[in-house]
Ligand binder design. Structure first.
Ligand code: DX5
Ligand code: ZN
Length: 216
């Protein structure tokens, strides 16, 4: 069993409310929101006012993935806007600032998460293990939907599960990027408990069946 978190990056932004309600009606567990600043990644997507608007039309947990530099600057604003989970990148700031950011996220009653780009090793997550409720392993370079899944990230998932089992066994593992009908099984086999799907969810001919497949 796994949770599916469809990413609205691939939604029709003109009909965002319709697509968000559709995600819930199709049985998905969470809603994944990709925030990009044009600095940490070469793309700009959505920000705080949009998260606030989304919060008004869904009770699904909002899994907010910050791909921004120095996320501590905006953590509180995203939580006040309605994030249930706030994920920062380990590469986005100094270790000291990132650890302070995770403390802040938890102190504000939100679940904390850290994400690793493909080039970042499991070992680099070690200082964060006890301060986060979830670790996100990127299976594409962050920045865009619709990229090819990197199966070579699977050993990193396994390594993180082993590391977490020793110090924080309740911490979830999430994968993001290129997850589809062909790649979901290998993610779960290697320890992923939350699967983000952007383009594959929105392209699915039968989205309800797609959701059940990812969850199963
Ligand atoms: C990429 C984002 C992903 C993206 C996934 O930087 O973090 O959440 O929406 O899209 P797909 O599933 O199409 O790879
Ligand atoms: Zn994401």
């Amino acid at each position: 069993m796994a949770y599916i978190a469809p990413s609205i990056l691939s939604a029709d932004f003109v009909n965002l409310e319709r697509d968000i309600r559709d995600i819930r009606d199709n049985g998905a567990d969470w809603l994944h929101v990709d925030v990009m600043d044009g600095m940490f990644v070469p793309n700009i997507t959505i920000g705080i006012p949009v998260v606030r608007a989304i919060r008004r039309v869904t009770d699904l947990p909002l899994d907010v993935h910050l791909m921004i530099r120095q996320p501590i600057r905006y953590a509180e604003a995203f939580i006040k806007a309605g994030a249930d989970w706030l994920c920062i990148h380990v590469e986005a700031d100094t270790l000291e600032n990132n650890l302070a950011c995770l403390d802040k996220i938890r102190a504000l009653g939100c679940k904390s998460a850290v994400s690793l780009k493909p080039g970042t090793s499991a070992e680099e997550a070690r200082p964060y293990l006890e301060k986060c409720d979830m670790i996100l392993v990127m299976t594409v370079e962050p920045g865009f939907g619709g990229q090819k899944f990197m199966a070579d990230m699977m050993p990193k998932l396994q390594a993180l599960r082993r590391m977490l089992d020793a110090v924080n066994p309740g911490c979830l593992l999430e994968v993001d990027g290129g997850v589809d009908a062909n790649t979901h099984a290998i993610c779960k086999e290697n320890g992923a408990q939350v699967l983000v799907t952007g383009s594959a969810y929105f392209k699915a001919a039968d989205r309800k069946a797609f959701v059940r497949m990812i969850q199963g």
